[in-house]
Design a protein around this ligand. Sequence first.
Ligand code: HEM
Length: 307
Amino acid sequence: MSHHLFVDYSGIEAPPAAPGQFLLMDEPQHSRYRKPLVGKFTVRRMRLLTERVEQVTAEHLDAMEKAGPPVDLVTAFAKPIPAIMICELLGVPYEDRGSFQGNIDKFMDGETSDEDLIAAYTAVQRYLAELVAAKRANPTDDVLSDLTDSDLTDEELQGMALVLPAAGFDTTSNMLALGTFALLRYLSVATTFYRVALEDVDLGGVTIKAGTAVIASLNTANRDPERFADPHALDLRGEYSGHVAFGHGIHQCLGQQLARVEMRVAFPALVGRFPTLRPAVPPEEVALRPETADIYGVKSLPVTWDV
Ligand code: HEM
């Protein structure tokens, strides 16, 4: 079964990736940035963060309980938990988080106008330039401060500091909301990826010519009937090792252990606290992101429970 769509992009030059934005880079450039980060995201280090994830999750569940139903699960639960974890990891001070997260949200939601997108991007870049300078002057206990102790330039650090929240909040927060919604329909956030072949490649009996863009669907691959038994059924006890929700190859998700810790803690805590949790609106009225968004997700998920 084919999971690919081929588009001839030969002759079209992609703009070079900005310094530090390794998600968009090939080797050997990519490794210069990914390598110093790998040690910050190991299974062991992420396990050490579990307690903090539990604490942050419990605080948000307390607030939901206090507010009483119905609440929007996206704003009350799914967004703040990953956002706090990434901000703490990166060293974004508490008072700056609201505006920082708000701007990142704008360029991830797939619906922001070009003008607002540019404004949000510029504000984040300006903020990150100041943050890098602040960490150089006064290093604190966080990933960005640690990175200042290297030969990476300010511009490179800024680019790396942008990749983490861009890749780390929106994905996990939408996965928490979609995952909860998926108890009705199961869904995934990172759906399609693009690659351009640098040379002719033979793959699955097809030759992809150099310069051809390939759109790979992670969702289709994750429902491959040759790989998974009954792939379209939602089976919470199913065996899904070998799925590609976190990508594959050199760009495979750097933050997957953090995402796993967050989801492993947050899903059971949510249904443990509110065993009668259910949508407060009919499922077909839940506002989903447009399929053109880079990261798929739920805009708001009104939920309710018995008190
Ligand atoms: C459920 C949550 C998440 C999903 C489904 C997800 C998915 C993915 C996927 C599919 C890729 C590969 C992109 C490509 O090949 O072009 C990726 C890359 C990446 N992810 Fe995640 N991600 C999640 C959470 C996170 C978190 C919490 C972080 C924390 C910082 C993170 C950081 C990154 C980074 C830095 C990359 C780029 C790696 C590279 O280019 O070497 N992600 N992610």
